[in-house]
Design a protein around this ligand. Structure first.
Ligand SMILES: [Zn+2]
Length: 323
């Protein structure tokens, strides 16, 4: 049973919006695009793994996608956490291509692809670290449960290698297509029930409650000032920025397209980049609109929760996307 669903990480949207609203010549654009590619590849890997998880028995396996849990002052995030009455299983998903060499002596991963060698943090150490953090989190919640982990390589054509004395590493690193078989092995190994159904339901609730979404601030991350962000409403037809306000609609000066709702995407961009609330004035400045009344009508129509009255009214970012 899926307790916490998979959703596209907000970080992907933030990075997309950020790269679209900076001048193409901005020095940070290549780095942002590179990071966007990395995060998107990671998400693609997780999505590929979720296909196999759909085949697990729904009644006694509980699946959490990307729970982010507190650990002292910090947080740790697991790609997939699978809970049963007998064990917990951490899946660390990787979407690498090429040939991977797991160098356990130096805890690093060397990837060879297109005649290029590149080093990465060893995902086995990463998963072990999560295992340790999860053990502590469970302990704090008065639960003792054996914790296993696998590093799942989602790309079926990736070649896995290690040195002969570290063959055990490869028992922990598996391809997506052997995941179910490996989970079954773990299933066979753990026979003792540590939690009854009432307890596991309680634990599910506790996990959902403790999950703290990552508050990613794209501007802070890349040291970009708000003034560097290109404001305005983008044309949904040709991508031109900004559209002009015409009578009761937005008009693209480049392709002539008209769209009455084009400001909604701009408002969503604002929420991803600039902050989780907006005033009438901030909205007008961002979408290039003069009329306070029109701005108020637009914001009102979107049914956003708000606080304050009249000119001091602040509209809040909704939990779900506007589009
Ligand atoms: Zn256009």
């Amino acid at each position: 049973m899926i307790v916490k669903e998979r959703s596209i990480p907000a970080r992907i949207f933030s990075l997309e919006v950020l790269s679209e609203r900076l001048l193409i010549s901005h020095p940070k654009v290549p780095l942002i695009q590179q990071d966007l590619m990395k995060v998107s590849a990671g998400y693609k890997g997780e999505k590929a793994v979720s296909y196999y998880l759909d085949f697990l028995p729904p009644n006694d396996t509980f699946i959490f996608h990307s729970p982010r849990l507190p650990s002292g002052k910090h947080y740790f995030q697991i790609d997939y956490l699978i809970l049963t009455q007998r064990f917990a299983l951490i899946l660390e998903c990787k979407n690498f291509y090429g040939t991977l060499y797991f160098d356990q002596s130096f805890n690093q991963l060397i990837r060879t692809a297109n005649d290029k060698e590149e080093g990465f943090q060893d995902p086995i150490s990463q998963a072990k670290w999560q295992q340790q953090q999860l053990r502590q989190w469970l302990y704090n919640n008065n639960i003792q449960l054996p914790i296993e982990f696998f590093v799942v390589i989602s790309n079926p054509s990736t070649i896995l290698k290690t040195n002969p004395q570290n063959q055990h590493a490869l028992k922990k690193v598996i391809h997506g297509h052997s995941l179910l078989e490996k989970i079954e092995e773990v299933n066979q190994r753990y026979k003792i029930e540590h939690l009854d159904m009432t307890r596991i339901r309680k634990l599910n609730k506790q996990l959902l409650k403790s999950h703290t979404p990552d508050s990613f601030n794209a501007l802070d991350r890349y040291g970009i000032r708000p003034e560097e962000i290109i404001t305005g409403v983008r044309c949904p037809n040709c991508g031109h920025l900004p559209m002009m306000r015409a009578k009761r609609t937005w008009l693209c000066p480049k392709c002539g397209a008209k769209d009455r709702q084009a400001h909604v995407k701009a408002l969503q961009d604002y929420f991803y980049l600039m902050g989780s609330s907006i005033t009438n004035k901030q909205f007008r400045d961002f979408v290039h609109l003069e009329s306070e009344d029109t701005a108020q009508k637009m914001l009102k129509t979107l049914n956003l929760s708000h606080s304050g009255e009249y000119k001091a009214r602040i509209y809040h970012k909704p939990d779900r996307d506007l589009l």
